[in-house]
Design a protein around this ligand. Structure first.
Ligand SMILES: C[S@@+](CC[C@H](N)C(=O)[O-])C[C@H]1O[C@@H](n2cnc3c(N)ncnc32)[C@H](O)[C@@H]1O
Length: 395
């Protein structure tokens, strides 16, 4: 029997719920800082806002709020967004949050939970919308300022039906969007062979040929073809970047969902990758604490007959990718995050490897004079021109 969305049985705070909230909190903190400017008006759209509380927990602690106080025992996504917006409220002019919740029972609880909050900044406003996402988003977008300005969208439905591709594409066609989507990949895996679910999946992927394309896809970056196909669909429609974070149930290694992020901004991608990696198990793009196969980053892999560690691969990649170039450390990390999005390394690793390469005179960083000198974001790194050196050596 399918439970209604306002049934208390649906409102347990699971380990994977907390995992999702960790990513949301980390990213909304960074997003608000990155896009803020004294004159700017920002928008947050929590398109499946929920109740702002849960009935019970399966043993996991609620998330901590930094700036505001909530009467809710297990604060939900609305409080997390209002909290992080409040934290940086001195950096922007005005921030409007739109909370979509069509179920009356849930909406009333959400309203009470928002009314009970204390400490929310005066320039952070909440607007509760009673429409379904697909029905109301175009109008709310238009009324809230149209296609311009910075906006973050969180799409967190219970199932697959509520996020038709044409509506997600409307979001991704506005100029400065960042969007995090909870994609129930466990249902996609389970339901894709059933005709009963064909229309739902067709609407989610936005194409009638989804089954043929999905079944012929050999995933390149992700272990779940259903998630990679969704990312590919987004990247073929207006969006420059996607990134997927796998979430297991937490008590066991069964797949639950993927958090799929999409943006046109280099900075957005870099910030989300850092957020997901820091929240992930063993600094990976996944919440999978009970997955025995989960490989921590130091493992070596066989490449062209050689056992190479991630460090070996990074150093070799850097020399080829930036051969003959001079580039700041910050710009280099952005490029690495774009090219090597599903590899393990973080900014701190690139920094460490480049310092070692400078100390060994493999690259040149003119501002670093001693081996212990730091490598700040704006320092320029000069890479040797590998091709010239190779042809000189062979001459
Ligand atoms: C997974 S819950 C949201 C949890 C919340 N984002 C959080 O993290 O605390 C999904 C919510 O979406 C609501 N919902 C169901 N259909 C919807 C639709 N078509 N549009 C918007 N919200 C919907 C449900 O009533 C439910 O409250």
């Amino acid at each position: 029997m399918t439970l209604s969305d306002d049934d208390d049985k649906k409102w347990t705070y699971h380990k994977h719920t907390r995992a999702k909230h960790d990513v949301l909190k980390y990213y909304s903190d960074v997003w608000t800082r990155i896009v803020s400017d004294d004159n700017r008006n920002l928008r947050l759209f929590d398109c499946f806002a929920g109740r702002g509380d849960y009935v019970r927990s399966d043993g996991v602690e609620p998330i901590d709020l930094d700036e505001i106080e909530s009467a809710a025992e297990y604060p939900g996504s609305p409080q997390i967004l209002l909290d992080q917006a409040t934290k940086h409220s001195h950096l922007f002019n005005q921030l409007n949050c739109y909370f979509f919740e069509p179920k009356q029972v849930n909406r009333e609880q959400l309203r009470d939970n928002i009314d009970d909050l204390t400490g929310v900044a005066n320039n952070v406003s909440s607007h509760i919308v009673g429409d379904e996402f697909a029905e109301g988003i175009s109008d709310v977008l238009r009324r809230s300022g149209g296609p311009n300005g910075f906006a973050f969208f969180f799409l967190d439905p219970f199932g697959l039906k509520q996020i038709p591709f044409n509506k997600v594409s409307e979001i991704t066609s506005i100029s400065q969007f960042d969007c995090l989507i909870n994609l129930m990949t466990n249902e996609l895996v389970r339901w894709q062979d059933s005709d009963k679910h064909n229309d739902t999946i067709e609407s989610l992927y936005g194409t009638s040929v989804w089954r043929r394309e999905l079944q012929s896809l050999t995933p390149k970056d992700l272990s779940t073809a259903e998630a990679e196909y969704y990312c590919n669909r987004l990247e073929n429609h207006n969006t420059d970047y996607t990134l997927a974070y796998m979430t297991t149930e937490g008590d066991n290694s069964r797949l639950k969902y993927h958090l799929v992020f999409t943006t046109n901004s280099d900075k957005g991608l870099t910030a989300m990758r850092d957020s997901m990696m820091r929240c992930g198990t063993n600094y990976t793009l996944a919440y999978a604490p009970e997955d025995p196969d989960f490989t921590p980053q130091e493992q070596a892999t066989l490449v062209g007959g050689n056992m190479l560690t991630e460090e070996d691969r990074v150093k070799s990649y850097l020399l080829t990718r930036f051969a003959g170039q001079e580039i700041s450390f910050d710009e280099l990390v952005t490029q690495c995050y774009i090219d090597r999005r599903y590899e393990d390394s973080l900014r701190q690793h690139y920094r460490q490897y480049l310092k070692e390469m400078d100390n060994g005179s493999v690259v040149n960083i003119p501002n670093r004079e001693a081996e212990n000198d730091p490598l700040p974001e704006d320092y320029l790194i000069q890479f040797p021109n590998v091709e010239e050196e190779e042809s000189a050596n062979s001459a």
